[in-house]
Design a protein around this ligand. Structure first.
Ligand code: GTP
Ligand code: MG
Length: 477
C-alpha cells in the first residue's frame, strides 16, 4: 500500500485544522491551550483510511501563526504533498506566501489548494446568481429598495419633527412657491439641471456653492468618486441600494430644475432657496457606502462575474484603506470648515436681546418711535425683542412709503406722538444720510424733521459691529 502524507499550509485562521477535521474526523487541536485560543500551537496528525485499501493517506496539521513558522517547517519536513488552505474571504495573506516558500525550499512539488470559508462570500454569489435567473431580481430589488427607504426615512426624522412643531411651515412654503409658478429664470433646462445637481451634491458638505466654488468642486469630485466605487464595487445588495439612491437623486434634481427654476440663481448676500436640502441624507449615504467599500479594501473584493477571485497582494487593501481614511479626513475638514459660526457675525440674538433690554430700561413705559432704514434689517431686528420686553412701539412705517428716505417714521403723522424715540444707525443708514453713525448721522436725522427738534439724547451705545443705537426723550417742558 502506498503512503502519502499531506501537510497543511496557510495563513492563521484560514481553516486548516477545520478542513482536516472535516476530511478525517480528527480534531488536531487537542491541547486545552489550543482550544482556549482557537489556534493551532503544535503539530497534529490525522490518518484517513482509504476504503479501497490502496493508499494510506495522512495529514499533518501545522500552525499558521507567524511566530510558529518553525513548527510549520518541522511538520512540512516529512510530507509528500501540500494542502494549501486559502480563506475565500481574506485571500492570500503573508503566511500563505511564507508557507509556500517553505514548501518550495523543502522540495515539496505537488499538492492541493483548498479554498475555505466560501460560505462567507456566498451572499455575493447568491446575489449574482439571483440576478441572472429570471424573476428573482424583482423580489431582492424590492427588499433592497424598502430597506434603503427605511434608512432614508430615518434621515428625515428631524425635518418631520420640525414640521409637526411649526404647523408644516416648510411644506407650506414649498406649496406656496409651486402655487406661484416658481420664480422664472432665463437659464436653460440643461444648465439648470447641472447647477441644481451641483448645489444638491455639495450643500450637505460645503454649503452654498458660490461661497466656496473651488472647495465645492473638490467635494463634488470626491462624492463622484465615492459614488462610482459604491456602484461598481462591493456587495451586490449594497450596489442595488446605491443605484436606488442615485436614481432618487437624479430624478429629484431634474424635478427641481423644472419646478423650482430659481435654484439655478444664487444672489450673494441674500437668503437663498434650498429646496434640495431633502436630498442631503441621500448624498451622505452614497458617499458613506463608497467610503465603506474603500475601507473594506477594494483590492480583495471577491466577486467578479460570479467567480471568486482572490487578490494576491496586500497593497491594494492598504492603498484603498489609506484612500478611504484620506477622503474621510478631507470631507470632514471641508464639512467642519463650512459650518456656520455659533454666533452670527453681527452678534446674533444674544446681542440684540441685550440691546433691547437696555433700550427698554432707557424708555421706561413710554410709547416709542423705533426708526432706522424703515422695515429693513437693523431696526426690524430690534423690533421683535423690544416687543417681547413689553415696550410699546408706534406702528411700523410701511416699507413702500419709507424705503427711499430714512427717518420717515414721522411722529406727527402717527396716531400718537412718541414719548421716546429710538434710532438704529447702521452702514445702510450712514449711506442714506451721508454721515457717520455715533453722532453726525443721528444729528442729521434729528434735523431732518421739525417734530424731533425737542428730543434729547438719553443713551447711545454700540449694539454689535457697526450698529449704533440712540435713545431720545423729549426735553422737559
Ligand atoms: N464560516 C466558516 N468558518 C470556517 C471555515 N473553516 C474554518 N472556519 C472557522 O475559522 C476559524 C479558524 O479555523 P481553524 O481551522 O482553526 O483555522 P487554522 O487555519 O487551523 O488556524 P491556525 O491553526 O491557528 O493557523 C474557526 O473558528 C473555524 O470554525 C469555513 O469554511 N467557513
Ligand atoms: Mg489550525
Amino acid at each position: 500500500m502506498r503512503a502519502v502524507a499531506f501537510g497543511t499550509a496557510g495563513h492563521i485562521d484560514h481553516g486548516k485544522t477545520s478542513l482536516v477535521k472535516a476530511l478525517t474526523g480528527v480534531d488536531c487541536d487537542r491541547l486545552p491551550e489550543e482550544k482556549r485560543r482557537g489556534i493551532t500551537l503544535v503539530l497534529g496528525f490525522a490518518p484517513l483510511a482509504d476504503p479501497k485499501g490502496e493508499v494510506e493517506l495522512s495529514f499533518i496539521d501545522v500552525p499558521g501563526h507567524e511566530r510558529l513558522v518553525h513548527t510549520m517547517i518541522a511538520g512540512a519536513a516529512g510530507i509528500d504533498r501540500a494542502l494549501l488552505v486559502v480563506a475565500a474571504d481574506e485571500g492570500v495573506m503573508p503566511q500563505t506566501r511564507e508557507h509556500l516558500s517553505v514548501l518550495e525550499v523543502l522540495g515539496v512539488r505537488g499538492g492541493v489548494v483548498a479554498l475555505t470559508k466560501s460560505d462567507l462570500v456566498e451572499e455575493e454569489l447568491i446575489e449574482v446568481r439571483r440576478r441572472r435567473s429570471a424573476g428573482a431580481p424583482l423580489g431582492s430589488l424590492l427588499w433592497t429598495g424598502v430597506a434603503s427607504l427605511a434608512i432614508l426615512a430615518a434621515g428625515y426624522v428631524p425635518l418631520a419633527i420640525h414640521e409637526l412643531q411649526t404647523g408644516f411651515t416648510e411644506t407650506r412654503a414649498i406649496l406656496d412657491y409651486l402655487g406661484g409658478g416658481g420664480r422664472s429664470t432665463d437659464t436653460g433646462l440643461l444648465t439648470r439641471v447641472g447647477l441644481v445637481g451641483w448645489r444638491s451634491v455639495t450643500w450637505p458638505l460645503v454649503g452654498l456653492v458660490t461661497d466656496r466654488p473651488l472647495v465645492s468642486a473638490v467635494a463634488t469630485v470626491i462624492v463622484a468618486v465615492l459614488g462610482t466605487v459604491a456602484v461598481l464595487v462591493g456587495r451586490a445588495a449594497d450596489r442595488a441600494a446605491v443605484r436606488w439612491l442615485l436614481a432618487v437623486l437624479a430624478w429629484s434634481v431634474v424635478a427641481l430644475a423644472i419646478f423650482a427654476p430659481s435654484l439655478a440663481t444664487v444672489t450673494p448676500g441674500l437668503p437663498n432657496d434650498h429646496y434640495h436640502a431633502f436630498l442631503d441624507p441621500i448624498v451622505l449615504a452614497v458617499a458613506g457606502v463608497g467610503l465603506a467599500r474603500l475601507a473594506a479594501g477594494i483590492g480583495r473584493m471577491p466577486v467578479a462575474g460570479g467567480r471568486v477571485q482572490v487578490s494576491d497582494g496586500r497593497l491594494p487593501v492598504v492603498a484603498s484603506r489609506a484612500l478611504a481614511v484620506g477622503l474621510t479626513v478631507v470631507l470632514v475638514v471641508i464639512g467642519v470648515t463650512a459650518w456656520p459660526p455659533l454666533v452670527a457675525a453681527d452678534g446674533g440674538w444674544r446681542l440684540v436681546d441685550e440691546a433691547a433690554a437696555r433700550v427698554a430700561r432707557a424708555v421706561g413705559g413710554e410709547t416709542v418711535l423705533l426708526d432706522g432704514i424703515p422695515s429693513f434689517k437693523s431696526d426690524a431686528a430690534l423690533r421683535f425683542p423690544l416687543l417681547r420686553d413689553g415696550v410699546r412701539l408706534l406702528p411700523e412705517v410701511p416699507a413702500a412709503a419709507g424705503a427711499a428716505e430714512p427717518g420717515t417714521g414721522d411722529p406727527a403723522a402717527s396716531p400718537a406722538a412718541p414719548g421716546r424715540a429710538v434710532l438704529v444707525c447702521d452702514p445702510l443708514f450712514e449711506q442714506a444720510v451721508g454721515a457717520a453713525c455715533g453722532g453726525p448721522a443721528e444729528d442729521a436725522w434729528l434735523a431732518g424733521d421739525a417734530t424731533r427738534s425737542g428730543l434729547l439724547l438719553v443713551d447711545r451705545f454700540e449694539a454689535g459691529p457697526r450698529r449704533v443705537i440712540s435713545v431720545y426723550a423729549p426735553a422737559a417742558p
